[in-house]
Design a protein around this ligand. Structure first.
Ligand code: ZN
Length: 431
């Protein structure tokens, strides 16, 4: 996975996501629509970093480039659109099986919670993960990462959460690390031991929470297997009090925190916001008072409308209320076998436009720079600026608005992940 010097020229629209004001804050309100578009542009990448960004004609006049042109892999983009690689800040790739029975039951009218009560849902992914060897699990994670890169994603947050024992959560995080080491992209691992209460702890959730706090979290921290700890805080999952305990244990062990919240029911956010989470995700049910609170903090609200789509819900998160109030919002796939089996950020952006009334520009910023903020990677990821990691997505379209427009089709021509060029369509690394 060596990164070569790489020059992209004749880029029709280069979405730099650079703000005029150079403010180092997540994008809110009208800043969310500022894409910093350069036309007829070029990008030069060296050693896995972006070194210059400008007009094609200026790039070609650069003295360094003139001298070294033969050593540089030069790609004529012929008017295509180039944007920062997507930052998919919420995925669950450490699973073994598709959940086809749940899928079919849902077509017959069963709800998410009815399926969970009947033994489907998250718990039905647990046995196969507990039984699986680490190598098989790593292969499954790798399949997900590969599919994401094919659709323009260069940075992925990957959660454990289908093992629900100390050993199998650790195994899942090791599988994520193993898969990440075999790909050129960036992977951020999250311990989601508190995904659901496993059936052997039914009615004794306190005991399980204790095990998460005193065994899983310290092990993940000590062995540097995760940067974040996440909790599914909702009806039928973990209570606010349990969530607070787990996230405080995370902070005490030096890990950052995030949470699934407000998917099925409303949870007041004050307690969680005091823990300064990098992101709160789903957020279908949130009070106006909490929206005002969020507008005063740098916590990103990450919407995962793929889950609303796949669960057949008519309601989507009210993105406009959040954006208009000044809350920084992100978009992610929630790639998982039960409620959102998609690796496609363009499809999620399309849902954001059609069902959540976000503009195409807002969807781009939510899927790139605010995704980077949601992972605390804003200094390295999410925009095309000198000094940042060479993470690019090249789309075979003339106008960036086509990315969410052509839904359920993949127009991504290739991606650059930390300077390594990977073509879409299975032809592998080129650079
Ligand atoms: Zn999730």
């Amino acid at each position: 996975m060596k990164s070569k010097a790489l020059l992209l020229v004749n880029v029709g629209q280069l979405l730099t996501l650079r703000l005029q004001s150079d403010k180092a804050v997540p994008r809110r309100a009208k800043d969310l629509r500022e894409l910093g578009i350069l036309e007829d542009a070029a990008v030069l990448c060296l050693g896995g970093k972006i070194v210059s960004v400008g007009k094609t004609k200026d790039a070609l006049r650069d003295p360094w480039l003139r001298k070294n042109r033969k050593r540089v892999l030069e790609i004529d983009c012929k008017g295509q659109v180039v944007l920062p690689g997507f930052v998919d800040s919420h995925t669950h790739p450490a699973f073994i099986n598709a959940r086809l029975v749940d899928f079919e039951r849902r077509t017959a009218g069963a709800t998410y919670e009815q399926i969970a009560e009947a033994g489907g849902g998250i718990r039905s992914s647990v046995e196969p993960v507990r039984k699986a060897g680490k190598a098989l699990l790593a292969e499954k994670v790798l399949d997900g990462l590969h599919e994401m890169a094919e659709q323009g994603t260069t940075t992925v947050e990957a959660k454990s959460g289908y093992g629900l024992t100390v050993d199998s959560e650790v195994k899942s995080l090791e599988a994520i690390r193993e898969a990440a080491s075999r790909r050129p992209g960036t992977v951020v691992a999250t311990l989601l031991g508190a995904h659901v209460i496993p059936k052997e702890f039914q009615g004794r959730s306190q005991k399980y929470v204790e095990s998460v706090c005193t065994e899983m979290v310290p092990q993940a921290a000590r062995r540097k297997l995760a940067q974040f700890v996440d909790v599914f805080c909702d009806r039928g999952a973990f209570s606010l009090e349990e969530t607070r305990k787990i996230l405080e244990a995370a902070a005490q062990n030096g890990l950052s925190v995030r949470a699934h919240v407000g998917q099925l029911s409303e949870t007041p956010l004050e307690t969680l916001l005091a823990l300064r989470p990098a992101s709160l995700d789903h957020m279908d049910h949130v009070s106006n008072e909490d929206i005002s609170r969020l507008a005063r903090q740098d916590t990103v609200v990450t919407f995962v409308p793929g889950a609303n789509y796949f669960l057949g819900l008519t309601q989507y998160p009210s993105a406009r209320e959040f954006i208009d109030a000044g809350v920084p919002v992100g978009l992610a796939t929630d790639y998982n076998p039960g409620s959102s089996p998609t690796a496609s950020m363009p499809f999620v952006m399309s849902l954001a436009c059609t069902h959540m009334k976000m503009s195409p520009a807002e969807a781009v910023a939510a899927a790139t720079i605010n995704g980077a903020w949601a992972l605390r990677l804003q200094d390295r990821k999410g925009s095309i600026e000198p000094g940042k990691d060479a993470d690019l997505a090249v789309f075979d379209v003339e106008d960036y608005r086509e990315i969410p427009y052509w839904f359920a089709s993949n127009r991504c021509a290739f991606t650059v992940l930390n300077g390594v060029l990977v073509a879409s369509g299975g032809s592998g690394e080129l650079g």
